[in-house]
Ligand binder design. Structure first.
Ligand code: SF4
Length: 271
């Protein structure tokens, strides 16, 4: 099992050899259009290398973010009460995020090429009625104001996937509601095989109500001066408010979510 210090040591070497490695992997792809992803990724990584210290603080906006709402209600509630989020991502984790972001940008650019002004990429979402804010990856708008939500996800492997992950559908459902999209789809890009999987679905009222119940629960806790319970995930080590979370502060040595993260990260070493 590799620890953060190992990543600190191997990351510069990895970045040095990344152009060749990524180029070789993608050259093997039978998908012509995906090959140009390599230059997008490399450009993005190069730009990122020029950025300052990654430890950063972001201001919360007082709204619920769909990705956090279906993940951990305590984290979502901190965003709601405007707690500043402090990120201290390990280099390996940052690299994974950077590659995921580069893949998003590539696919979004591709949709913009295909649909022109009909592709609204990184569509800002802001709904004061249901207290939701965020960015939908892409909303495709067709004639007659037919709107399709497209959420993009990257995975180390999509082997055996027959349906989208429930948390991704929940997240997309909130964007479907705010963007008035009856149809949504989640596009998975497999970082190992470079295959793309597309799972279309219709807006589901039951899922939407379930998410609204979570907001109501959180609001009730906050209004009585309390916070909703923590809902630990494999990504607690990257959580921007884990320094305020009893679960993380008290239990991390025993439950070891970080080791889960490392196991997930090491699986992507081959990509
Ligand atoms: S550390 Fe984990 S359980 Fe705690 S608030 Fe963050 S995501 Fe939730």
């Amino acid at each position: 099992m590799q620890d953060d210090a190992t990543y600190e040591r191997v990351l510069p070497k990895f970045l040095e050899t990344a152009p060749d490695r990524i180029e070789r992997l993608l050259a093997a792809s039978k998908r012509e259009k995906l090959r140009s992803i390599s230059s997008e990724i490399l450009k993005y990584l190069n730009d990122k290398n020029d950025e300052p210290d990654p430890d950063s603080i972001t201001r919360s906006d007082g709204f619920y973010h769909p990705s956090e709402l279906c993940d951990c209600l305590l984290k979502a509630a901190h965003r709601r009460i405007k707690t500043p989020f402090i990120y201290r991502k390990a280099p390996k984790g940052r690299l994974r995020v950077d590659i995921g972001t580069a893949c998003h940008q590539f696919l979004q650019g591709y949709m913009r090429d295909m649909y022109g002004d009909g592709a609204l990429v990184e569509k800002k979402v802001w709904d004061e009625t249901i207290l939701i804010s965020g960015h939908a990856d892409t909303v495709l708008v067709f004639e007659g104001d037919v709107r399709i939500l497209v959420e993009i996800k990257t995975k180390d492997s999509t082997d055996g996937m027959r349906r989208p992950l429930p948390m991704h559908v929940k997240q997309a459902t909130m964007y479907q509601y705010t963007e008035n999209c009856a149809l949504g789809t989640i596009l998975y890009l497999d970082l190992t095989s470079r295959a793309m999987l597309d799972f279309p679905f219709l807006f589901d009222c039951k899922i939407f109500e379930e998410m609204m119940d979570r907001i109501a629960l959180s609001e009730a806790c906050i209004s009585r001066g309390d916070m909703p319970p923590a809902e630990p995930t494999a990504f607690c080590s990257d959580c921007g408010v884990n320094h305020l979370c009893d679960y993380w502060q008290l239990d991390r040595g025993r439950v070891r979510p970080l080791s889960v993260m490392n196991a997930l990260a090491s699986r992507s070493d081959d990509t």
